[in-house]
Design a protein around this ligand. Structure first.
Ligand code: F6P
Length: 371
C-alpha cells in the first residue's frame, strides 16, 4: 500500500492564467483544514525542485487574500529543464532533472505534488510517475484548449477582456469608418476569438481551425459597406492561418503573432479602407480573475486534494458540464482541444451573419442590390 500523505507540494508551471492563486489557496485550505496536511509551495514550477530546492511552507494565513489576485505567488517557468526535445524526429526527455526532482521530493518528505499547468506540464507530471513521484494535475490555460476539459480557469477572464476590447473598438471604428482587427491569444485553438467574437459582435472571426482567405474577409467588409455599415470589426486568433499558408511569427521577438497586422494590411489594400490592428496580448492573462474563474479555480484546487485523499494519482481534474471529474494525465498530455467544425456556436455565428473568412462566406457574402 502506498504511504499515507502528510505533506504535499503545489507548483504552477507554464504561462500564467488568472485564477492560479485561487487554486493555490484552495489546495492549501482543503489540505490543511480538511485533512491536516502540510503544504509546500514550490517556486518557478518544476525548476524549484532541482538544484537547491526553492520551496516555502504555505498555510491558511499565507494564502489569505489570494482569491482575487492575478499571476502566481509561486512564479512559473515556461520552458525549463523538463521539456521534451525533438531529436531525429523523436520526442526525448533528459532523465537527469527527473531523477534529481524525485530525489529532492523524497528528501524533503513531500508525499505528492499538485501540478497546475497546461498539457506540456501534465506531460512532465505523467513522466515523473516513472521516477516514483505521485502527482495530480490541475488544468491551466487561458486558451481553453486542454484535452478532456470543458472549460479551464483563465478563459473566462481572457474572454471578458477581449469582449470589452471589441466593445471599445466598435465606437472608434464607427467614428472613423475603419476596419479594426483585434488579435487575441489562441495558439492552436480559436476559443477566445470565437467566444469574444460572438459576445463582442465581431463581423468576421478568424480561428486556426478554419483557414481564411483575404478575399473572403475583404468581401465581408465590402458587403457590410454595401448594406450601409461603413466600419467592420475582425477578431483574429494569433494562430489563425491563411489558406495554404502557415502561422506567422513576429520578427522582433520570434514569438507567435502578426496575423492581425497582416489581415489589416491586406484587407485595407483590397478594400481601399483604412484598416488598423490592435494586439491584445498579455492583457488577456494579467490582472484579476473573473468571479467565474475564481470559482472554477477553487473547485479544481479542492478537487485535486480530494483526489489525492482518495489515493488517486496520475490524473488531471477536469470540468465536465456542471461536474468536476478526472482523466488520466497521459490522455491530455501533449493534446489540444480545438474548436470542432460542427460546433453549434460556429453555426450560430454564421446564422447571424458573422463571417469566418472561408468559402462559406465567399458564397454567402456576394452583395445583392437592396430592394
Ligand atoms: O497560454 C497559452 C498562450 O496564452 C498562447 O495563446 C500564447 O501564444 C502563449 O501563451 C504566449 O506565451 P508567452 O507568454 O510565453 O509568450
Amino acid at each position: 500500500m502506498a504511504a499515507p500523505i502528510r505533506r504535499i507540494g503545489v507548483l504552477t508551471s507554464g504561462g500564467d492564467a488568472p485564477g492560479l492563486n485561487a487554486v493555490i489557496r484552495a489546495v492549501v485550505r482543503s489540505a490543511e483544514v480538511d485533512l491536516g496536511w502540510a503544504v509546500f509551495g514550490i517556486e518557478h514550477g518544476f525548476e524549484g525542485l532541482i538544484g537547491r530546492p526553492r520551496i516555502r511552507p504555505l498555510d491558511s494565513s499565507a494564502v489569505s487574500g489570494l482569491l482575487p489576485q492575478g499571476g502566481t505567488i509561486l512564479g512559473s517557468t515556461n520552458k525549463g529543464h523538463f521539456s521534451a526535445m525533438r531529436v531525429d524526429g523523436e520526442w526525448v526527455r533528459d532523465p537527469a532533472p527527473y531523477k534529481e526532482l524525485a530525489a529532492n521530493t523524497k528528501r524533503l518528505g513531500i508525499d505528492a505534488l499538485v501540478v497546475i499547468g497546461g498539457e506540456g506540464s501534465q506531460g512532465i507530471a505523467a513522466e515523473l510517475a516513472r521516477y516514483g513521484v505521485r502527482a495530480v494535475g490541475v488544468p491551466k490555460t487561458i486558451d481553453n484548449d486542454l484535452w478532456g476539459c470543458d472549460q479551464t480557469f483563465g478563459f473566462d477572464t481572457a474572454l471578458t477582456v477581449a469582449t470589452e476590447a471589441l466593445d471599445r473598438l466598435h465606437t472608434t471604428a464607427a467614428s472613423h469608418d475603419r476596419v479594426m482587427v483585434l488579435e487575441v491569444m489562441g495558439r492552436d485553438a480559436g476559443w477566445i476569438a470565437l467566444h469574444s467574437g460572438l459576445g463582442g459582435g465581431a463581423d468576421v472571426i478568424l480561428i486556426p481551425e478554419i483557414p481564411f482567405t483575404i478575399e473572403a474577409v475583404a468581401s465581408a467588409v465590402t458587403t457590410r459597406e454595401f448594406r450601409g455599415s461603413n466600419f467592420s470589426i475582425v477578431v483574429c486568433a494569433e494562430g489563425a492561418v491563411e489558406r495554404g499558408g502557415g502561422q506567422l511569427y513576429q520578427e522582433a521577438t520570434g514569438t507567435l503573432g502578426g496575423v492581425g497586422a497582416y489581415v489589416a494590411g491586406q484587407v485595407g489594400k483590397v478594400t481601399g479602407k483604412d484598416a488598423r490592428v490592435v494586439v491584445l496580448g498579455h492583457l488577456q492573462r494579467g490582472g484579476q480573475p473573473t468571479p467565474f474563474d475564481r470559482i472554477l479555480a477553487t473547485r479544481f484546487g479542492a478537487a485535486a486534494v480530494r483526489v489525492l485523499a482518495e489515493g488517486q494519482y496520475g490524473v488531471v481534474v477536469v470540468s465536465r458540464g456542471l461536474e468536476i471529474g478526472t482523466i488520466p494525465m497521459q490522455e491530455c498530455a501533449g493534446k489540444v482541444r480545438t474548436v470542432p467544425l460542427d460546433y453549434e456556436m460556429i453555426r450560430t455565428a454564421r446564422g447571424i451573419g458573422i463571417g469566418f473568412g472561408d468559402e462559406e462566406d465567399e458564397a454567402l457574402l456576394t452583395p445583392e442590390p437592396l430592394a
